[in-house]
Design a protein around this ligand. Structure first.
Ligand SMILES: CC[C@H]1O[C@@H](n2cnc3c(N)ncnc32)[C@H](O)[C@@H]1O
Length: 474
C-alpha cells in the first residue's frame, strides 16, 4: 500500500534509471547535468522567484504546438503581444498518454507539412536540448502544462531541460483525466515527480509545483477542489517541494469564487508546512464556452473581475476561441489583454460584496470535514487516506471518469448560481452542511416552480455556453 513517505535516494535512483530508459531522450535527463544549466538562467527566468515576488496577479495562458521553432514563435508572440507575465508549454495528448512513438510520428508529419499533427508540444521527443533551446529563446519563465497520469519521464526531461514549474498531481491528473488509472499507482508515480522537484530544490533550483485545481472543470464544488489541492500539496511537501501553487477553477458566481480563492489561500497556509511557500492560481472558466466570441470575452471578463477582487497570485487565461478548441495565437493573446484590461480597471476600486464571508466560512467548514475524513481513513497517512477516502466516497469528484472515484455526488447551481450539491453520494459532510445546500437548492426550485432534480444538473452543465449562468427551464 502506498505511504506518504519521502522516497529514499536509492529508491529515487532505481526509479529514475527505469524511467529514463523509457525513451532515448531520457538518457540525457539527469539532475547533475541540469543544475549547471539552471544556475546559468537569469532571475527573470526563475519561475518561483518571479511568481512569489509579484505584487499583483500574474497572467499566464496555455499554449503548445508541435515544432520547436513554432513554439518559440508562439511564446514570443504571447509575451510581446499578449503581455503574458508567465509562459506555458502545453504538452500534446500522445505524450500525456506516454505514447512517445505516436508523438514522434506526429512531430515528423508536422515538420513535413504545415498542419499541426499534434495538439501540443511533444517535450519528451524534443528532449533536454530542445527544451533548453526553448527556455533560452524566450524572456519569461515557463511552466509545463499537461494532463499526464504518469508524468515521470516528462518531468525528468523538462526539468533537466530548464523548466522550473510543473503542473498536475496524482489526484488532479488521475480522477478527471483517466478511466483506468489506479490511484495508488498514480500517487507512487507522482512521488517520483515531486521527489525529483525536491532534489532540484535541495540543490538550489526551486521547482514550483502546481496541482490542477479545476479537476473535471464542470461545476466542481469549491470545498472538493480545495481539499484535493491540500492533499496534493501535503504529498508534494513530503517529497521536498517548497514552492506550491494551489489551483481553483472559476464556477462563475462572483461571491462563491472570491470566497473560494480566499479559503484556498487561508487553508493552504494553515495545512501546509511553514517551509512551503504557498501561492494560488485562478483558472478562468473551464466549462463550456459560448461559440460567439463577444460573449466568450464576457465570460473571460467576469473571471478577470473576480480575480481583481480576490487577487490570486496567478490567473490562467482563456481565449474567445475556447469553443472551437486550441486558439490561434492572436485569440490567445486577446484573451490575455481582455483579462488585463478588466484587472487593471477593477483593481483600483474597493469592491465590497455581500455574502463572501459567510460563503467562505461554509467552504472552509466543508473542506476541513473532507480533510479530516482523509486523515482518518489513512490513520494519519495522507497517501493511504486519499486512496481509501475515494474508495468509500468520503472524497469524490462530480462527473469523474476514473474508476478510482465513485463519481456519486452531483452538483447543481442554487438560485444565486452558486454550486451546491444536489446528491452528496458518500461525501464526508455532516447533516447541517447538507441541509444548507438542500435549502438553497429548494429556493431555486421555488423560483423555477419545479422540484430539485437531476434536470437542474443537466441544465446547468450547458448554461454558460448557452449564454446564462444558471440553467433555468426554458
Ligand atoms: C485544460 C483544457 C484547456 O487547455 C486548452 N488547451 C489545450 N491544448 C492547448 C494548446 N495546445 N494551446 C492552447 N490551449 C490549449 C484548451 O483550450 C482548454 O482551455
Amino acid at each position: 500500500m502506498v505511504r506518504d513517505e519521502q522516497l529514499s535516494s536509492d529508491g529515487l535512483a532505481t526509479i529514475d534509471e527505469a524511467v529514463r530508459a523509457e525513451w532515448p531522450t531520457g538518457e540525457a535527463a539527469t539532475v547533475d547535468d541540469a543544475i549547471a544549466f539552471h544556475e546559468g538562467l537569469p532571475p527573470s527566468k526563475e519561475f518561483a522567484t518571479v511568481l512569489e515576488s509579484a505584487t499583483e496577479p500574474l497572467l499566464q495562458p496555455r499554449a503548445g504546438v508541435a515544432r520547436l521553432d513554432e513554439q518559440i514563435e508562439l511564446l514570443t508572440y504571447l509575451e510581446e503581444t499578449g503581455e503574458a507575465d508567465l509562459l506555458p508549454t502545453t504538452i500534446d495528448s500522445y505524450t500525456r498518454d506516454n505514447e512517445y512513438g505516436k508523438a514522434r510520428t506526429g512531430l515528423e508529419k508536422t515538420r513535413e507539412s504545415d498542419a499541426d499533427a499534434l495538439n501540443g508540444f511533444p517535450a519528451v521527443n524534443h528532449g533536454v536540448d530542445g527544451c533548453r533551446t526553448l527556455v533560452e529563446s524566450v524572456d519569461g519563465p515557463i511552466e509545463v502544462r499537461h494532463g499526464t497520469p504518469d508524468a515521470r519521464l516528462l518531468a525528468a526531461v523538462t526539468l533537466a531541460g530548464g523548466f522550473q514549474s510543473f503542473e498536475g498531481g496524482p489526484i488532479s491528473y488521475n480522477i478527471p483525466y483517466t478511466k483506468r488509472g489506479d490511484l495508488a499507482t498514480t500517487i507512487e508515480h507522482w512521488q517520483y515527480v515531486d521527489r525529483l522537484a525536491g532534489v532540484y530544490t535541495e540543490r538550489g533550483v526551486r521547482i514550483n509545483r502546481e496541482p490542477f485545481g479545476p479537476l473535471t472543470g464542470t461545476l466542481v464544488p469549491p470545498s472538493i477542489a480545495i481539499a484535493i489541492m491540500i492533499v496534493e500539496g501535503l504529498l508534494a511537501a513530503t517529497q521536498g517541494v517548497r514552492s506550491l501553487t494551489l489551483g481553483y477553477g472559476q464556477v462563475g458566481n462572483v461571491v462563491q469564487d472570491v470566497a473560494a480563492l480566499r479559503a484556498l489561500r487561508a487553508l493552504g497556509e494553515e495545512y501546509l508546512p511553514n517551509e512551503v511557500c504557498v501561492t494560488t492560481v485562478f483558472h478562468e472558466w473551464m466549462g463550456g464556452f459560448p461559440p460567439d466570441e463577444a460573449r466568450a470575452n464576457g465570460v473571460i471578463g467576469l473571471g478577470a473581475l473576480t480575480a481583481a477582487i480576490a487577487r490570486p497570485d496567478k490567473v490562467i487565461t482563456k481565449s474567445p476561441q475556447e469553443f472551437q478548441g486550441v486558439p490561434t495565437k492572436e485569440a490567445n493573446a486577446a484573451g490575455l489583454r481582455t483579462t488585463r484590461q478588466l484587472l487593471d480597471m477593477a483593481m483600483e476600486q474597493r469592491l465590497d460584496i455581500d455574502g463572501v464571508e459567510s460563503e467562505q466560512d461554509l467552504i472552509e467548514r466543508e473542506t476541513r470535514s473532507l480533510l479530516e475524513a482523509v486523515f482518518e481513513h489513512g490513520e494519519g497517512d495522507v497517501a493511504r487516506g486519499a486512496v481509501r477516502a475515494f474508495e468509500t466516497g468520503a472524497l469524490d469528484v462530480p462527473f469523474a471518469p476514473s474508476e478510482s472515484a465513485k463519481g456519486a455526488c452531483l452538483p447543481a447551481r442554487d438560485d444565486d448560481g452558486r454550486v451546491r450539491l444536489f446528491d452528496f453520494g458518500d461525501l464526508a459532510f455532516d447533516d447541517e452542511i447538507k441541509e444548507i445546500h438542500a435549502a438553497r437548492l429548494e429556493r431555486r426550485a421555488e423560483t423555477e416552480d419545479r422540484s430539485t432534480s437531476f434536470h437542474m444538473v443537466a441544465d446547468d452543465v450547458d448554461a454558460i455556453s448557452n449564454g446564462r449562468l444558471i440553467g433555468r427551464p426554458s
